[in-house]
Design a protein around this ligand. Structure first.
Ligand code: HDE
Length: 708
């Protein structure tokens, strides 16, 4: 081959390896993949078209089973940085090396909906964190709610069958408001505490970035000496904890079903990295039995008044995935993934999860080698004697695939304790008797449901009442509704009576105690042996979102309404104030073409009144300008933005000189006597910004009777 031909060939190969040229799965450069090979241009396709066959066969196998639960979700990369040395309690390096950065991959999800369902369903949110630590992957697979529906893993398949779309008609999608769910719940009083949380605003978060996260179960920390400390994990968002209104949530689902997903990705792409502090509640092993509840019961939390949350580090999410399938779909979280220094408690729900997740991943990803997938690989290359199986991507060398061996110089040998080897925390269970059952304190089904309900502010209690009324009104079977109301009498009589009236069943007058009452046919009597405990604590501040600090307007999306003729100085003033506080000014105009300001400047709007919606914004404001105000006052969609924002208890700002617009809103006709701190009529940008920082004026619902 001549020299210049050789160079040409080399260039071609480089092109192939750079990934710029389409290669078939076996590395053949493809010249045409848009026309099937045919016997003549109008003739039948030919069997020998191996390229078309490969493309089609691959396509035919693109889908893998979606997750049984938590199918709808998204995930991003980040880092965890430890700020407090926990070596007194654990030998886990991730919790002892202050300042070290551990990479994480974090997935947020809803539970009940299918993979393509909408983000704003009333539902629990998954909060899964995979820490890629020096000592292996640690998966903290939690939720945004600190307790769970059932106490034993063996009930989980029933719970999930009940909440998923019903088996005879596959309805409803991503919703618990249907007969099978409430049938199950009404027969499962242990779910009462969790139901208070899922019927609260926690189940309709404003953003993944504004949710708390909880490990839910009690885990163990184990130090160098083998001493055990019980631990609960908490994630506290730096942006505070916020939710949307229920009416708003239902509309967001239609306007932008990817609302949470988009919000998370956009904030990272814009450099607004979401952050959470990691907190722990620590209980010395010797104090295991000192509480009114059992530490192993996942339907109970440890009130922060009893054990405060200690902050030990911060997680920052700072990188979006490159490929949704390869990373987000293929990530395989397993609560069984723990590292030396962290251990399981005997929580019967956690014990079941240790089995279920690895099992489901093998099914979902099709192979026991699922940890070879790039997103699941630990930091260090794995050496062990696990061999073969579908999709083995490693090529083990040498002869020895067994242990002990001499042919491989004894390698890979087992890590001694001094080399970080994992050992299970010893626990004496020699006297145990094999039983199916649960411990005494697990029979307290209601006291923490009562604690939660009593800890809510008035408007939060109202939201729970309304949510239960909505959900149960969708149930067709009267006996289910009646049973639920009976259960509610054990939490709060006023709540039970309110719901009863709304859903058309008899109003209860006394607490329905389960003792001596017939167990409903089909129910397990053990689920009805409630043994109430009088809790020493009557309220817990941390349980109410109303008590969470309001943390400014950082990343909040504020619709600023403009049209031709808008006043330059007022626009500049408001936009720069919003930006200087870390908020986002979204310029909304009647159409997408550039707006000409009064001073003749051309401004490009971000959104229009017809492609955006008030429910996708945190607040709205209108800037003065004779001509622009006139145009907007004649634009019904613009008026609707303001009316709806007001209804959803958001901040609404009117510049001085926008009275003509204000007069068109239904606010002017009705609210003048109900102007609250969220309605800023004098164009005072600072006042408006502090109203946005307050998130919502929920009291507006009561005062104005707005259906938010
Ligand atoms: Fe899950 N759960 N779960 N779960 N769960 C799954 O695992 C399961 C439970 C949670 O982002 C599945 O990979 C059982 C509690 C999250 O990929 C499955 C029990 C908590 C995610 C499964 C529980 C969770 C899952 C479905 C009762 C909060 C999403 C596909 C013993 C602490 C993980 C998969 C992700 C996913 C089983 C109870 C949270 C089927 C058997 C309690 C955040 O394995």
């Amino acid at each position: 081959m001549k020299e210049n031909e050789k160079t040409k060939k080399l260039e071609e190969y480089t092109l192939y390896s750079e990934g710029k040229v389409t290669l078939s799965n076996t590395g053949v450069p493809v010249n045409d993949e848009h026309h099937t090979l045919k016997a003549g241009k109008r003739g039948p396709s030919l069997l020998e078209d191996f390229l078309m066959k490969e493309k089609m066969a691959h396509f035919d196998r693109e889908r893998i089973p979606e997750r049984v639960v938590h199918a709808r979700g998204t995930a991003v990369h980040g880092v965890f940085k430890l700020s407090k040395d926990m070596s007194q309690y654990t030998r886990a390096k991730v919790l002892t090396q202050v300042g070290a950065e551990t990479p994480v991959f974090v997935r947020f999800s809803t539970v009940a909906g299918f993979r393509g369902s909408a983000d704003l369903a009333r539902d629990v949110r998954g909060f899964s964190v995979k820490f890629y630590t020096e000592e292996g992957n640690w998966d903290l697979v939690g939720n945004n709610i600190p307790v769970f529906f059932v106490q034993d893993a063996n009930k989980f398949p029933d719970l999930v069958h009940a909440v998923k779309p019903e088996q005879d008609n596959e309805m409803p999608q991503a919703a618990s408001a249907h007969d099978t769910f409430w049938d199950f719940i009404s027969l499962m009083p242990e779910a009462s505490h969790m139901i208070m949380w899922t019927m609260s605003d926690r189940a309709i978060p404003r953003s993944y970035r504004m949710m708390e996260g909880f490990g839910v179960h009690t885990f163990k920390l184990v130090n160098e000496e083998g001493k055990v400390t019980f631990v609960k994990f908490h994630w506290k968002p730096k942006l505070g904890v916020h939710s949307v209104a229920w009416d708003e949530a239902t509309k967001v689902n239609g306007k932008d079903s990817d609302f949470h997903r988009r919000d998370l990705l956009n904030s990272i792409l814009e450099g607004n990295y979401p952050e959470w502090d990691l907190g722990v509640q620590l209980v010395p092993q010797e104090d295991e039995h000192k509480f009114d509840f059992d530490l192993l019961d996942p339907t109970k939390l440890i009130p922060e008044e009893l054990i405060p949350v200690e902050i030990i580090g911060t997680m920052t999410l700072n990188r979006v995935p490159n490929n949704f399938f390869a990373e987000v779909e293929q990530v395989a979280y397993c609560p069984s993934n723990i590292v030396p220094g962290i251990d399981f408690s005997n929580d019967p729900l956690l014990q079941g999860r240790i089995l279920s997740y690895t099992d489901t991943q093998v099914h979902r990803l099709g192979t026991a080698n699922f940890n070879n997938l790039p997103i699941n690989q630990p930091l260090h290359t794995v050496h062990n004697n696990r061999r073969d199986g579908f999709f083995q991507t490693q090529i083990p060398t040498g002869k020895a695939n067994y242990s002990p061996n001499t042919l491989g110089d004894g390698c890979p040998y087992l890590a001694k304790l001094s080399e970080g080897g994992f050992v299970t925390a010893p626990e004496s269970i020699d006297q145990a008797v094999k039983v199916r059952g649960k411990s005494e304190k697990f029979f307290d089904f209601f006291s923490q449901a009562i604690l939660f309900y009593n800890s809510q502010s008035e408007y939060e209690q109202q939201h729970i009442k309304d949510a239960l009324s909505f959900e149960l009104s969708k149930v067709n079977t009267t006996s289910i509704k009646e049973r639920m109301v009976k259960n509610l009498t054990n939490i709060d009589m006023d709540l039970a009576q309110y719901v009863a009236e709304k859903i058309g069943v008899d109003k209860p007058t006394e607490i329905y105690t389960f003792e001596n009452k017939a167990v409903p046919a089909g129910a397990d009597p053990a689920d009805f042996q409630a043994k109430p405990v009088k809790m020493s604590l009557t309220k817990s501040k941390a349980l109410s979102m109303a008590n969470q600090p309001k943390k400014g307007i950082k990343t909040r999306e504020i619709g600023v309404f403009i049209a031709d003729g808008v006043d330059d100085a007022s626009l500049e003033n408001l936009v720069s104030k919003i930006k200087s506080e870390g908020g986002k000014a979204i310029l909304v105009a009647p159409k997408l073409s550039d707006v000409k300001t009064k001073g003749g400047k051309m401004v490009t709007p971000d959104k229009t009144v017809f492609n955006h919606s008030s429910v996708l914004l945190d607040a709205v404001a209108i800037v003065k300008g004779d001509e622009s105000v006139k145009t907007l006052a004649n634009t019904p969609e613009a008026i609707h933005f303001f009316d709806e924002a007001y209804t959803h208890c958001k901040a609404v700002g009117f510049d001085l000189g926008t009275e003509a617009f204000f007069e068109e809103t239904h606010l002017s006709k009705k609210i003048k006597s109900f102007i609250d701190e969220g309605v800023v009529l004098d164009g005072d940008a600072d006042k408006f910004i502090s109203a946005v920082a307050g998130h919502r004026v929920w009291d507006r619902e009561q005062a104005r009777k707005v259906p938010s």
